[in-house]
Design a protein around this ligand. Sequence first.
Ligand SMILES: [Zn+2]
Length: 341
Amino acid sequence: MASGSLSFAVGYSYVNQFFDNEAKRSALQMVENIRMQFSSSVSDVDWMDPITRKIAEDKAQAMKEMIGYPDWYANKSALEVYYKGVSIGRSHFRNVVSLRTFLVHQILSKLRLPTDRTEWFISPDTVNAYYNHQTNSITFPAGILQPPFFSKGRPEALNYGSIGAMIGHEITHGFDDIGRHSDKYGNLAQWWSKSTTDTYLEKAQCFIHQYGMYRVPELDEMLHTEVMMNGVTTQGENMADNGGMRQAFLAYKKYVEHAGSDKRLPGLHQFSPEQLFFLGFATVWCESSTKESLLQEVLTDSHSPHRLRVQGTLANSQDFAHAWNCHTGSPMNPQDKCLIW
Ligand SMILES: [Zn+2]
């Protein structure tokens, strides 16, 4: 209840007690490196016409980033101002009425005002991240800037493989099947030429087909059939996973060029930094779920089940095949690969 209705108060307390500002600085730097990498990859793609490509680069540059917590947290009295009018007492019912009234007022107060592109839609203690199509912005709350996603002092290969791939994922959403319909301010706009749109749709079809061929055998018994993934409804997230991981890997290689190579981990000397990058990527998607929750995920979620987020993304990666010596034609290094960003 408290974290749902007083989320920014809970977030404030979390940030004060547990968040290291060094994580904010590192994450900002990583966002900058990956965004630069994304722009440079866009400028290299051969399937976009020059005008559409230029607008895509501008959109990547114009993307706003929110890291850790909102700027207004710096003002110590801001929280009281934010929750002005809310009264919390001994009656749970009255507390709920007061908070609901506050939340509805907050929504109505924005009516007819210009969109604030720096607004936070989730509280800083949340372990999640998002891209907002309407504002062309990405948000990484303090809650996700901790292990296993991020930690200062560990090899950057692990950080780039985990939080780096997520940063790349959110940036790529600006250019997926939904994001491509809005411009750099988040307004609906048609900025793609006809020929580039046609090529994009062909490339998207590759992902739809790839993920649509994946089986979810855990559900066969329940549904009395061979259960397959839905490649259409998950295409945006799959594209974001693929583009995000690829851009984070390329950004990591550039980082190493000027900062020097990562040290190997004691006890894990057998893994190269590149291999650690991919281990970092796969580790954040470890999950254990019941068949019922997996079924709900397959039927309704726009994300693929975690195992397939790892398998599908890495099977498209030449860098992964190279780092782990996968033979061409093996399950994790198929001949035909999908690539957009
Ligand atoms: Zn996503």
